[in-house]
Design a protein around this ligand. Structure first.
Ligand code: IMP
Ligand code: MG
Length: 187
């Protein structure tokens, strides 16, 4: 991991270190938006965001894309059944916007094991889009090989628990305007 000289933050019960500043995220998101605008020129893609974690990234990414687009949201939540491998992913409800024959960009805040993204992709494929690709702000590279490609990745990160810019720890810290690493879970 790249260590940065950063203000150490103690927010509520958790110690959070800065990973990516707001201004550097802005530059990276702009790059992703420009790349998507080039790749999808001549089409009107549908961005489908995974709630809740995508909400800040989606807002910035959509405005960094210069071609016409439509927006949709889908909820995806994983429930832990004890061991990590037993998590079940609840996807739904289905998007109200029809994606049949459309070029879909599935927008995630963070892809870790890839199981959430995989479950959503399976669900979206039922509606027969013309194409479907994944955009994620963060990808944890420690994970075993994903069974699908991540076409657009903001940052590859280590196995760190990250918060901010939409991402939460127990529903907290989504409103931080930077991406931080939760270093201490309890005081
Ligand atoms: P995956 O299914 O293992 O890829 O995990 C993806 C989902 O877990 C994301 O949509 C997040 O909701 C959550 N998640 C995974 N890692 C983190 C993290 O570091 N911070 C916050 N949420 C995370
Ligand atoms: Mg979460």
């Amino acid at each position: 991991m790249m260590t940065k000289t950063a203000p150490e933050m103690s927010l509520d019960r958790h110690k959070i270190d800065l990973l990516y500043r707001r201004d550097e995220i802005e530059v990276r998101v702009q790059e992703l938006g420009e790349q998507i605008s080039k790749d999808y020129a001549g089409t009107t893609p549908v961005l489908v965001g995974a709630l809740k974690g995508c909400f800040v990234f989606m807002a910035d990414l959509a405005r960094a894309i210069s071609i016409p687009l439509e927006l949709e949201f889908i909820s995806a939540a994983s429930y832990r059944n004890g061991a990590e491998q037993d998590d079940t992913i609840a996807v739904g409800p289905a998007p109200t916007l029809s994606i049949k024959g459309r070029d879909v960009l599935f927008v995630e805040g963070v892809v870790d094991s890839g199981r959430t993204a995989e479950a959503v992709i399976q669900r979206l494929k039922i509606d027969e889009p013309n194409s479907i690709e994944i955009v994620t702000l963060l990808h944890k590279t420690h994970s075993s090989k994903l069974s699908f490609p991540l076409k657009y990745v903001g940052y590859e990160i280590e196995d760190l628990f990250v918060v901010g810019y939409g991402l939460d720890y127990s529903q907290l810290y989504r409103n931080l305007n930077f991406i931080g690493h939760v270093r201490e879970f309890e005081k």
